[in-house]
Design a protein. Sequence first.
Length: 469
Amino acid sequence: MHTLKQQWFGNVRADILAGIVVGLALIPEALAFAFIVGVDPRVALYASFTIAVIISFVGGRPGLISAATGAMALVLVSLMANHGLQYVLAATILTGIIQFILGLFGVANLMRFIPNSVMLGFVNALGIMIFITQMPYLIGAGSITYVFAIVTLILVYAIPRFFTYIPAPLIAIVVMTSIALISGVKLQTIGDLGTMPNTLPIFFLPDIPLNFETLKIILPYSLALSVVGLLESLLTSQVLDDMTDTPSNKNTEARGQGIANFVNGFFGGMAGCALIGQSVINIKSGGRGRLSTLTSGVFLMFLIIVLGDVVADIPMPVLVGVMIMVSATTFNWGSFKFLKQAPKSESLVMLITVVIILYTHNLAIGVVAGVILSALFFVAKISRVSVTHDSGIYKVKGPLFFASTTKFIQSFDNVTGSSVIINFENSQLWDESAVAAIIKVKQKLEQKSVTVQIQGLNSSSEQLYQQFT
């Protein structure tokens, strides 16, 4: 009870103000994601509202912002093009069910297999991606656009040096929007990106046939959405853990994401997950509790329904300035030191993770590729087995498993004498391939009339050896 009270009411003023900033920042992102998928802006805006509100209650990481995201939008593009909105909503509901089940089975425990080099690549790629996604609003625009973006950026960095009671991004947005309206300068605004809904989302069932054919259509998309959504959410949760030096329950977060997407699909929203950019804005603006996440969703809907005309006049260069600040703070500038000091294999893993994410615009593909590459480097590093011999005693040093068996077998190609002892005091058998390699060596030597004796197996190696012989 004390923990819940702290998460909800331990940081009220800062949480509400941070949530207001995030609510503003969610609008252009949601409109852009709706454009990617090819759906009405309401589908993304309703998703951002519904997911943010629900995850504030059921999520495992206070202060984390979840809504419609670009990663999920990319997965939904072909489903929307080929089958339409109703199937997108059905896939969102199924995604929620799958994510909830994965959370029950402890999917977050897999986080420990993601190396630090991959985490660095993930964070840096996100920082670069946030910056790149803002460029279309600047490139080709007039000089006044650049002026507004630069001044906003200066305000966001300068204000906290003198005043911290209200988040700097909120002050910058209000000040620069007021200047734009008073001066009458022509700038691209939020309203230029799409029309705002004027009603709250309502509950309804997707209009699709409930049969196996429908399941065949949506299941592949739902599986992909589940993996992408959980990967991005859990990694974002870890980033916030590090930023705030506080722990979070990742399995609860996975289940919470599932509940949010399940409910969201019945209210006309597309699938969503954690947003790293908006989550960082929230933390940097002082948001720490669940109230900040709830406020972001509620204020988002308040903005588009009650203040839609006012919000539509917010200049995009102002929001671009805020997001550039986010990209700069998201990027881990210590990575340059990491590249110099870390082993070459880890530096390569980090760089490749960044490149793949930027090339595919898919966080899941980049992270999975980074984990696989890191695993391959690790296997190559630990698969160094050596065999030394003296007076018919062959001493094996190093782990014996599928990646090291070839060298082990080759070490017995030129055995001389009538008997040999293979000593495993400094070795460990890890899999069936290791036992198979020993059997192969024994058979090869016995065919040459050489007696083979196995010594020095520890208890676990002996058990494995007996199991397969």
